[in-house]
Design a protein around this ligand. Structure first.
Ligand SMILES: [Zn+2]
Ligand SMILES: [Zn+2]
Length: 241
């Protein structure tokens, strides 16, 4: 199969990714092989490619915003069948036994492995993963649109949930990148008043387009009059984790 491979870290200008012909990964017990339809590009990929993060294997296939279709299943796979849509995110493995894994914080597991860092990721035609770390995907959203949800979507939803925020509360976001754009959309749906503080005009406009209640720069004073921000919609509260 064709894959973009990182062998030696270098600045992006030096084009550290090389298009190689490599063997198609063979799913082992409990693993699925996914034909990659789309893989988003994350800032973390650039950190790995350029050497801000140490290389954990070489050669390495980057990419952890993967969506595609299951093409082969290993022995004992019961969660997915051939033809299912599947998504693969940054967290690729955790031990399942430590205090973090047992309290729903697998991302902090000391033995955690990450897609496109410890193991090969999605800048390739195929990728394999344990069925335990693959997501079933909605049929009614295009695969390309779904890919960024595998990273920015997960990060933003988790962050929003951890705040314990409820309908009618106010939320301020400093900076407006991809994750914040998802927080804004989910927060709006939940009836949360949202303030965006960001520098660039492009990001300010994007925040306005997505329905932010207030948009300003770091030097601006945010409004304090509650009546200005009164909302009438009654959307549901966040589902339990
Ligand atoms: Zn990412
Ligand atoms: Zn663990």
């Amino acid at each position: 199969m064709k894959a973009w491979v990182l062998e030696n870290q270098a600045s992006i200008e030096k084009r550290p990714l090389l298009l190689w012909e490599v063997s198609i990964p063979e799913p082992e017990e409990g693993e699925i092989r996914v034909k990659v339809h789309a893989c988003g590009v994350c800032r973390t990929d650039i950190h790995i490619a350029e050497g801000d993060l140490l290389l954990r294997k070489s050669p390495l296939i980057l990419g952890h915003q993967i969506v595609g279709v299951v093409e082969k299943v290993g022995k004992g796979v019961n969660e997915f069948k051939v033809g299912d849509r599947a998504g693969i995110a940054w967290l690729n493995f955790s031990c399942g036994n430590c205090k973090f894994c047992r309290s729903g914080r697998e991302n902090l597991c000391p033995q955690a492995k990450f897609t496109g860092w410890n193991v090969d990721g999605g800048y390739a035609e195929y990728v394999k993963v344990s069925q335990d770390f693959a997501f079933h995907l909605w049929e009614n959203l295009s695969l390309t649109e779904t890919a960024p949800l595998m990273c920015a979507g997960i990060v933003s939803y988790r962050a929003l949930r951890l705040t314990g925020i409820r309908r009618g509360d106010k939320l301020g976001l400093y900076g407006f990148g991809p994750a914040a754009s998802y927080v804004l959309q989910v927060a709006k749906y939940l009836g949360i008043e949202i303030f965006i503080i960001t520098r660039s005009e492009k990001n300010k406009n994007r925040a306005r387009e997505l329905g932010a209640d207030w948009v300003g720069g770091y030097e601006d004073e945010a409004p304090t009059d509650d009546k200005e921000l009164l909302k009438e919609s009654k959307p549901p509260s966040l589902p339990p984790p």
